[in-house]
Design a protein around this ligand. Sequence first.
Ligand SMILES: *Cc1c(COP(=O)(O)O)cnc(C)c1O
Length: 409
Amino acid sequence: MAKKGFTTTNLHSDRKSKPEHGVLHKAIHPSVAYGYDDARHLAEVFQGKRPGYNYGRQLNPTVTALQDRVTAMEEGVATIAFATGMAAIASTMLSLLRQGDHVVSSAFLFGNTNSFFSTMQLLGIEVSFVDATDAAQVETAITEKTRLVFVETIANPVTQVADLEAIGELCQQRGLIYCVDNTMTSPHLFSPKSVQASLVVNSLTKYIGGHGNALGGAITDTGNYDWQVFGNILDTYRQGDSQLWGITQIKKKGLRDIGASLGPEAAHHLAVGSETLPMRMDRACANAQTLAEFCSSHEKVNNTFYPGLQSHPQHQRAKSLFKNFGAIFSIDLEPGIDCFDVLNRMDTVVASSNLGDTRTLAIPVAHTIYHEMGAERRASMGIADSMIRFSVGVEDTEDLLEDFQRALA
Ligand SMILES: *Cc1c(COP(=O)(O)O)cnc(C)c1O
């Protein structure tokens, strides 16, 4: 049979695991513990000799179904889900890295990832922040202590597009783990596996869940990385299929020991939301293109940052790598125009910090999510005080345009 499309595969993924009573949605299993008729069977599950469930912090059938869905979307070998995207990132880093290790990260980062990386520095894991739109800068920062390179696909809020292909090539040559945060593009727009990513981060809270009603995060192993060359895998996890060594250590040392587990109710919301990812994303991208074009020619707008604009420095790269240009864009305003006033004149667009919702949300970034970072680092990231980031939703295009016209009039 021919390989089925992204949407079909995703919609029918729960049925693959033959769920109870033939239910089409994987059931919500709230049970924390699992009973066994044969105590030996329980012991074998603990020892990894037989598949099965032991305790809800490590495994839950509803969560497993969602993990399989994400694995299918990313065409990977395995996924571990977490309570949030940040839990996925932090648990992965803390389970794979050690004191004295070095990470090269894009300087253009989601604010909390940046904050967590500064915590890692306090723990003795060095991090160099570089302009990842240029692979040469990543290469220059690599030392013999470097273990991992971390980038986002489209960065927040200035929408820089990392040199994803060349950095993948570089990591492949140097035997480095290449960790790509695919949250902004989602697996519908981009496959990090295609640029040799080793690990893919998705905040399920954003486009995959898509409705702003549940938090979740995931880390997927694409199968590209050879864990046999990675010295930080503990002896206990150097057993069986080496493709699974990394994800096993993330599961045992990250999920189990840190314990930021995804709950079954949230997993259900995220799974249902994910069914319409391609349709929502296509529509949101089309709306974003229209609004970004409107803003880019508006006299009150100083700059518009959107990879779908010809003027964007990485427009060609985004065009060749992604199915579409994403649903995030930012503007900064002409001097003397107050971003708060503009936001307060909007009606359909909601002032809110989330992104990837079905609704269009907007936030004055310098005063909120990038406030803690300080003026100097903001300036180095190209974030002006008047910058507004829009997470474009799936509303009727005309209504959004009318809102922008009024707010900027
Ligand atoms: C939101 C976000 C995260 C963190 O996800 P949470 O689910 O909010 O913890 C990580 N990376 C990017 C790019 C994000 O936008």
